[in-house]
Ligand binder design. Structure first.
Ligand SMILES: [Zn+2]
Length: 210
């Protein structure tokens, strides 16, 4: 079985900068929403929106090899399959609804993170067990502990991509001069980076800014 590499926060921040820089280095100069879908497409990956399951349990899936994958056919109310090419990121179409932008961008960044750091690891979804290939190419389930670590790493890299810490800090200190209330600052920052307030709060707490 392939070892799953574990990266510390600093390394994940460095990886995120590399990913952003190779798309457009100027994005690291001033705080603005990171165009995550454009970055994904610039890497030659395909983003496709489908109803992934009957309910909204699965937000995204990255397909590492050409595959036939299940999707839910909303019109006929049944599961069906589609053939997708390697390097396809499937996103649940429900995330295109108004008000879901933060969730959508986080899901895109999470799947991009899998592509960047888990090329040999198959991750079904946020809460599906991850699958890996052994030396013979056979797919097997990995332990839930390893699965949890893989998901956590993808989440951390997603956070680093959407909220580059140097930019968050700069914007935070600027806003703190004008606003006293933490909630106002979080709201402003969330809008500035186009992420959910919850995601921004976690980023700020992580770096002991609030
Ligand atoms: Zn995942």
């Amino acid at each position: 079985m392939h070892e799953t590499p574990l990266y510390n926060c600093e390394t994940l921040n460095a990886i995120s900068r590399k990913v952003i820089k190779s798309y457009d280095a100027s994005l690291l100069f001033s705080p603005k929403p990171i165009p995550v879908e454009e970055i994904i497409e610039s890497l030659g990956l395909i983003v496709e929106y489908q109803y992934l399951r009957k309910n909204d349990r699965v937000c995204g899936e990255t397909v590492f090899d050409d595959a036939e994958v299940p999707i839910y056919d909303m019109d006929n109310k049944c599961y069906t399959t589609i053939i997708v090419r390697a390097g396809t990121i499937l996103i649940d179409a429900r995330l295109l609804k108004k008000g879901k932008e933060g969730r959508l961008r986080f899901t895109l960044a999470h799947e991009l993170a899998h592509w960047v750091i888990h090329k040999k690891v198959f991750c079904g979804s946020f809460d599906c067990a991850a699958l890996v290939k052994d030396e013979n190419g056979k797919i097997e389930k990995i332990s839930s502990e390893a699965d949890r670590l893989i998901e956590k790493q993808a989440d951390k890299l997603a956070v680093a991509i959407l909220m580059p810490i140097a930019l968050v800090k700069r914007a935070f200190y600027q806003l703190r001069g004008n606003y006293k209330d933490n909630d106002q600052i979080i709201t402003k920052l969330a809008t500035l980076f186009c992420v959910s307030k919850q995601a921004m709060l976690i980023r700020l707490e992580e770096h002991k800014l609030i």
